[in-house]
Write a protein that binds this ligand. Structure first.
Ligand SMILES: *Cc1c(COP(=O)(O)O)cnc(C)c1O
Length: 408
């Protein structure tokens, strides 16, 4: 019997019998890849030529001066191909799919970023690609749906349930059960049944490996704290894994929405609205009521809007190995504005949670301290949300004008 991926009390693989053999196959492919140094070298070479790796570690000189505390460095995952750390995971899984000899990939997507990344990977590797997306999200995220289709993927709107991410995940599993001989399911974050949490974290660990090496080269010492936003937890696991054995405080920042006591947020590890449970094939903290009914989530950033969280982070939370905070929508918009105007860098709204969490604390650290903030993605994609949040009148005019031009 294989170790089914438990991290303390969390994780596991709660699978329908029919999928067990497929998960065994995946686990074997993953274990082989892990024990074969040439696999990681191939992965690094691919990411260097296709996704600008290693991504830079940028000294945020102006923000450092403004806050007058620790030196602030930014790990630039926004400079990946397709604009976020998601490339690390999909390209890694793409290499595994090739090894397993499969020709078709499927994926779930909520905001659409993972769908675009998967469609990109499929085009590059020559795989057939189907993306499952809740019908509500298909309507809300048209620009990403457009790109997925242009990249050659089939986007299937899911009309079950509340027609959002969790329904898309269920539908993707249904497809997999029917087509497992030819198909691999490219899960988008460090969640789901074993081996996904560990496998996705392993591919994302390229972030932390690079960041640790870079900061030692630049500063000759380790940071005091590192910050990452937490949706499913993959970019956080990626950064944290570089510093897990070091005396470095790991800080994860969740979506605080309108506040953790408002009922309108997506904070699982630092609110009272989540509790351990089993759903979607694994055990972790879920935002759920006493009957195990999943709650509605809210966040200004679509990418942090998920009811579950990586079981590895749930375990680290319980053992005090990482600290979890939340940032509200308003704090996030302020942090975004500050980073744009001081550094000329536009973080994704998701990433801006990590910035907001760091800005709150950085002044209380000394000038001898260093912090690293993971910029998981670039903010260009958020123009619709950000322009609304800034209440920009010229943007409104532009949108109305566009709409009029279609109505004749
Ligand atoms: C998807 C996404 C996230 C959230 O996913 P994690 O698995 O928690 O990393 C964060 N930032 C960006 C830019 C994303 O696209």
């Amino acid at each position: 019997m294989k170790n089914r991926g438990y991290y303390g009390n969390y994780g596991g693989a709660f699978l329908p019998e029919i999928l067990v053999a497929t998960f065994d196959e995946l686990e074997d492919a993953f274990e082989n890849a892990k024990s074969d140094p040439s696999f990681w070298r191939t992965y690094e070479t691919l990411m260097a030529s296709y996704s600008c790796r290693p991504t830079p570690l940028t000294f945020a000189e102006n923000l450092t001066r403004k806050f007058g505390g620790a030196k602030i460095y930014i790990k630039r995952e926004d400079l990946n191909h397709t604009g976020a750390h998601k490339a690390n995971n999909v390209m890694g899984q793409g290499l595994l799919v090739k090894k397993m000899g499969k020709k078709r990939v499927i994926a779930e997507t909520g905001a659409g970023q993972h769908g675009v990344a998967t469609a990109t990977m499929a085009a590059k590797f020559g795989f057939e690609c189907t993306i499952y997306m809740g019908e509500v999200d298909v309507m809300r995220q048209r620009p990403n749906v457009f790109w997925m289709e242009q990249l050659g993927a089939t986007v299937v709107p899911v009309t079950d349930g509340t027609r959002i991410l969790k329904d898309a995940i269920n539908e993707a599993f249904r497809d997999w059960v029917t087509n497992m001989d030819t198909t691999h399911y490219v899960l988008g974050t460090a969640c789901g049944p074993h081996p996904f949490p560990e496998m996705v974290s392993w591919f994302q660990s390229i972030i932390g490996k690079e960041a640790r090496k870079q900061i030692l080269e630049i500063e000759g010492k380790l940071p005091s704290r590192v910050y990452a936003c937490v949706g499913g937890g993959s970019n956080a696991m990626g950064l944290f894994s570089g510093f897990r054995d070091d005396p470095v405080e790991l800080v994860g920042v969740e979506a605080g929405g309108h506040g953790v006591n408002s009922g309108m947020h997506a904070s699982r590890l630092c609110s009272k609205d989540a509790s351990p449970g089993i759903a979607q094939g694994y055990k972790t903290y879920f935002l759920q009521d006493g009957d195990g009914q999943m709650k509605e989530t809210h966040s200004i950033s679509a990418g942090l809007d998920y009811v579950g969280v990586s079981p590895i982070l749930s375990d680290m939370h319980e053992k005090g190995l990482a600290r979890f905070e939340s940032a509200t929508d308003d704090e996030v918009v302020d942090a975004l504005r500050l980073t744009m105007t001081h550094e000329g860098i536009i973080p994704a709204l998701e990433s801006a949670h990590a910035f907001a969490g760091a800005f709150r604390e950085v002044s209380s650290l000394s000038k001898d301290d260093i912090i690293i903030i993971n910029q998981s993605g670039r903010g260009d994609k958020d123009i619709f949300t950000v322009a609304d949040a800034f209440d920009d009148p010229k943007w409104k005019q532009f949108i109305i004008g566009k709409a009029k031009s279609y109505n004749g």
